[in-house]
Design a protein around this ligand. Structure first.
Ligand SMILES: C[S@@+](CC[C@H](N)C(=O)[O-])C[C@H]1O[C@@H](n2cnc3c(N)ncnc32)[C@H](O)[C@@H]1O
Length: 221
């Protein structure tokens, strides 16, 4: 089971269109709850044009939603998981948008990423559901492909100064660590130090509903 938000509800559900044909689209309940709030923040932080690389797109619902809201930007969804890639492709087929590119396989831990340049990188609800090394790999990869002043946008639950910001985040953190001892809600200051080492300025932090944060890093010129 995969949790996608700081509350212990189910991650993905599959859809079935007809009794004989399985629908590859996945539905992440957290996306329905957080996409409007994230879109508001993106509207303030995205450039007006350019390529947005989404790392860890999961079901693909965010990419579809953002592409519909920001038609002058191009969105490149990615994920390392084959079922996620199938879901993203199925959503894209269901609601074709000229600015939503076909999904690509991207594991942040890989040496080479399949996208050589991007103006913005989005990474929503990934760094706590992956080993800590994935955060450093994300920062290094992002620094490689973003231009000077390019933006790396993270969203999710964070600890601040070593402490959880809400009891629900502490419970969520426990549930993550039970699933995989290498997972866990990250400390904002440790994430910012890792970003700084890779070449990013101190982040802009936006408070989000349900004790989540949007954390926006600018690549230092
Ligand atoms: C909780 S889901 C979040 C999906 C989506 N961003 C959302 O908010 O619904 C975590 C995602 O991180 C992806 N992921 C895990 N490890 C990764 C890695 N090393 N590189 C890239 N993505 C990874 C998983 O495949 C999964 O799709």
């Amino acid at each position: 089971m995969l949790y996608c938000a700081a509350e212990p509800w189910r991650g993905f559900a599959r859809a079935r269109r007809e009794p004989m044909s399985e629908d590859a689209r996945r539905f992440a309940p957290a996306v329905a709850r957080n996409k409007a709030a994230i879109t508001e923040i993106l509207a303030r932080h995205l450039p007006s044009t350019g390529l947005v690389l989404e790392v860890a797109s999961g079901s693909g619902e965010h990419a579809l939603h953002f592409a519909a809201h920001f038609p002058a930007l191009r969105f490149q969804p990615t994920d390392p998981d084959a079922a996620a890639l199938a879901s993203i492709a199925a959503w894209r087929e269901e609601a074709p948008l000229a600015n939503l590119l076909p999904p690509l396989m991207l594991d942040v831990m890989a040496d080479g990423w399949p996208v050589p340049n991007a103006d913005v990188i989005l990474c929503i609800n990934m760094i706590h559901i992956a080993p800590w090394e994935a955060t450093a790999a994300l920062m290094r990869g992002a620094a490689r492909i973003l231009p000077a002043d390019g933006r790396l946008f993270l969203y999710g639950p964070f600890k601040q100064e070593g402490a959880h910001t809400a009891p629900s985040n502490a419970t969520f953190d426990d549930s993550l660590r039970i699933q995989d001892a290498r997972w866990g809600v990250r400390d904002l200051e440790a994430v910012a130090r890792t970003a700084s080492a890779a070449g990013f300025a101190a982040p802009v932090v936006e408070l989000m509903p349900a004790n989540n944060l949007s954390v926006i890093f600018h690549r230092v010129p």
